[in-house]
Design a protein around this ligand. Sequence first.
Ligand SMILES: Cc1cc2nc3c(=O)[nH]c(=O)nc-3n(C[C@H](O)[C@H](O)[C@H](O)COP(=O)(O)OP(=O)(O)OC[C@H]3O[C@@H](n4cnc5c(N)ncnc54)[C@H](O)[C@@H]3O)c2cc1C
Length: 485
Amino acid sequence: MTHDCSFLTDLELDGAVSFGDSARDNHAGDWGTPEEEQVRPDAVVFAASTRDVSTVLAAADERRVPVTPYAAGTGLEANAMPAHSGISLDLARMDAILDVRPDDRQIDVEPGVIGSAVDAAVADHGLWFPPLPSSGDISTIGGMIANDASGMQTVKYGEVGDWVLELEAVLADGSVIEVGSKAVKTSSGYNLGDLLVGSEGTLAVVTRATLELAGRPAQIHGGRVLFETLDDATAAVFDAVRSGVDVAKIELVDTTSATMANAYSGTDLPDLPMVFLEFHADEGIEAEVDFCRTVFDAHDPQRFEVVPDDDGMADLWQARKDLAFAIRSYDPDLTALTPGDVTVPIGEYPTIVREVKDLAGEHDLLIPCFGHAGDGNLHYSVLVDESDPDEVERGKRVSGEIVQKALDLSGTSTGEHGIGTGKREYLVAEHGEATVEAMRRIKRALDPNDTLNPGKIFPETAEGARLWVDEPERNVSGDGDSTTE
Ligand SMILES: Cc1cc2nc3c(=O)[nH]c(=O)nc-3n(C[C@H](O)[C@H](O)[C@H](O)COP(=O)(O)OP(=O)(O)OC[C@H]3O[C@@H](n4cnc5c(N)ncnc54)[C@H](O)[C@@H]3O)c2cc1C
């Protein structure tokens, strides 16, 4: 399916348009899109301003050409893959820091700003942006808002969406709206800001964001705790959260993940399940570390090491951050199915981890487990040998069973990666048909022509169905391959 996008060359844009092969190839999928599922857009627009976004959307919507926002492409659920081709709207060039207001603890940014650039911009004021995901130095603020990303520090500081105050966004018909407020609280009208957060570019394109900032903690301590068994480790995490230990990071790394991290990062993590910790405080941090130690002592830790915030701890966190890469490159004969992201109430965390490990054993599959344990968020990758159809089939079945178990435990199919294409089949099981129908009505109200990122979130799109647009009526033509860039 291709769409005639030649109208783009007639638009007056601050940015650029490309019909070239390399730009289209580079926007055919994201980090989580398997090669065989990638779809090349017909054109890529490199937007440089809100005006560009508005102009392109208005023109595309009128012609029923799909537009899929694209930022850094680090999404893990094919969120930015242009499922129905059309235009890939690249926002990476809109990367200006517009204003820093240290007294208000606020920053205004364009959507293409890389997360860690926010921290860099405000560091001199003693401020930072705490909810950054592990991919904070390779992904954008716009992508984080669209996926409601979160990270290792979410256990203390919340998700990206919790730090969004005001957004400027462009609707499918090109109209520009402002939602939220620069005041830290408002009860004025519908909370459209919260609606756009996590909407994966299906409702509007974010073109400016006002983010709240926090003061940097005066004291930071890191630590690592080794356990004899995985059950001890997960029970200790649950106990720490239940007991109210004020921890800023509490991350699980199982033995399989530790082995993979060592192979990739050159670390020498022991052959045991472990929990990485970080504490933040302005004073009295030792008391919090001692409290955590006391709680963990009930779970038979092999070693509780406190590491001051030095290079040693940085190496540990780097190994943890690199796990996604480590798992991918561990064995060239094994392919990771969609990275798992289920999240359960913290009391069910030990159960979900045990269930995953039992399924791995039962089906003879390698499934490393790690992640933001304090949020009840479990990352796992089901690794399969693609040359063995039976193993691939088993892997897919097990992936589905894990999500179903998380839902049975009152959890969610995705804590932070979004639905994209990978989790569409669980939407109704998680929310119920009436709720999903309410989501469809919202989508229809804001994007009546299903222009924005079609083919995502809703279960029927898995079969290639459009939500309500009759595909043949779209503006369809042959392939184009020139460039105006
Ligand atoms: C190694 C690695 C580690 C990761 N760790 C984490 C983690 O700890 N926590 C976590 O939450 N995620 C993590 N991710 C996933 C990913 O980085 C996040 O989802 C991130 O927010 C995506 O941002 P992006 O800029 O790459 O957006 P993209 O992948 O380009 O796009 C993501 C979605 O946002 C939409 N979009 C992009 N920009 C806009 C905009 N301006 N307006 C509207 N919609 C827009 C796209 O259409 C798409 O649906 C990780 C990924 C990798 C590769």
